[in-house]
Design a protein around this ligand. Structure first.
Ligand code: HEC
Ligand code: HEC
Length: 308
């Protein structure tokens, strides 16, 4: 045969197409199972009957919850600093100022009644190793609803919950986001002296040791997750981690659908910090190209005019 090249090209193209259209999607499907979103409905949790006795709810929250949780908007401080809290409970109990808007109301009530069950981590806890937050299933359902009503009454309006607040409340006690300077202790301040920065880092490490002991592994830094895994993966993982990673220590967090959108927006800001800037620059580049093209045309005309 004189010319083998077309044949070789044909073979290469054939195998490339087979890999691309058959093998790769199959492998991808096998390694990442597809999970449909359930719309943050939490269908497995029983219906919730809202009540309106906010004052009673406040009484119950103040006498039961502030032993572990801070409520900053009500000037109720945390009983311990975050590092000591994590050493005691495994993780720092989140501030409850905005719990009423961050979490789905039905989920919140179910979580108060039985945290391990609502969070789908019953497999990790039992009588000898109870969940660090007690179950309040000895209370009347209406009492739990009153607490939810109180937490809703002190929270910001849903539209005022910023993406950063949503993230901080729902994920921030477990996951760092180094691109945003977020540590599980809060946003790392700019220290004047290196020594103070290092002291802060040591506190973060102590906190991370506690959470590792509690969860079995350190929750990963989420700076780049929005790029390495897409939005659909992250949303459906949060909706029910067990659907993706059977047996995982990551709890179901119980956020509302709106909160989840904000969490995603925050992760997009972190993983792609320049996206707003880039979109703005894009427009300027287009304008520049148009102007440049006009000048190039005029110049070309002039050069040819001189030649003729
Ligand atoms: C003995 C300490 C303790 C008490 C008392 C306590 N909690 Fe907690 N709570 C925790 C800890 C620890 C966590 C974090 C658990 C985790 O993330 O695994 C937590 C988590 C939460 C969360 C986050 C839920 C989620 O899905 O992420 C909410 C909301 C909450 N508590 C509300 C309450 C309310 C309301 C009360 C009072 C009725 C209360 N807690 C009483 C220790 C406590
Ligand atoms: C109480 C601690 C805790 C909270 C709160 C929490 N996570 Fe996690 N998360 C974990 C742990 C532990 C893992 C590691 C799970 C594993 O590998 O089994 C994890 C893993 C992940 C992963 C990686 C999964 C993978 O397959 O690589 C993502 C993404 C994630 N979490 C997102 C979130 C988001 C978003 C939130 C807030 C809405 C959140 N998590 C809240 C503990 C937590």
């Amino acid at each position: 045969m004189k010319n083998k090249e077309p044949l070789i090209l044909g073979v290469v193209v054939f195998f490339t197409l087979v890999t691309y259209y058959l093998v790769e999607p199959f492998a991808h499907h096998q390694m990442h199972k597809h999970v449909e979103s359930e719309g943050f409905e939490y269908a497995d949790i029983a219906k919730f009957t809202p009540t309106t006795n906010v004052a009673h709810g406040k009484e119950l929250v103040t006498s039961n919850c502030t032993a572990c949780h801070s409520i900053n908007v009500e000037n109720m401080p945390a009983p311990m600093d975050a590092v000591t809290s994590a050493a005691t409970y495994g993780v720092n109990p989140p501030d409850l100022s905005n719990a009423g808007v961050v979490y789905d109301a039905k989920y919140l009530a179910a979580f108060i009644a039985n945290p391990a069950k609502a969070a789908n981590v019953s497999h990790k806890f039992n009588d000898t190793r109870p969940h660090p937050m007690p179950s309040y299933n000895w209370m009347q359902a209406s009492e739990i609803s009153d607490m939810v009503a109180y937490l809703q009454s002190i929270a910001v309006k849903a539209k005022d919950l910023t993406p950063a607040m949503a993230y901080e409340n729902a994920c921030g006690r477990c996951h760092a986001v180094h691109y945003e300077k977020w540590t599980q202790l809060g946003t790392k301040p700019a220290f004047k002296h290196e020594k103070d920065g290092l002291a802060y880092d040591i506190k973060v490490m102590e906190y991370e040791d506690s959470i590792k002991a509690y969860m079995g592994k350190l929750p990963p830094d989420l700076s780049m997750y929005i790029r390495s895994r897409n939005e659909h993966f992250i949303s459906t993982l949060v909706e029910n981690p067990q659907n993706h990673l059977a047996g995982t220590a990551m709890p179901r967090v119980g956020v509302s659908a709106e909160t989840m959108e904000k969490v995603i927006e925050h992760l997009e800001d972190a993983g792609d910090a320049k996206r707003h800037e880039r979109e703005a620059v894009g427009k300027n580049v287009m304008i520049y190209i148009v102007i440049f093209a006009i000048f190039a045309l005029l110049w070309k005309k002039q050069v040819w005019r001189d030649l003729h």
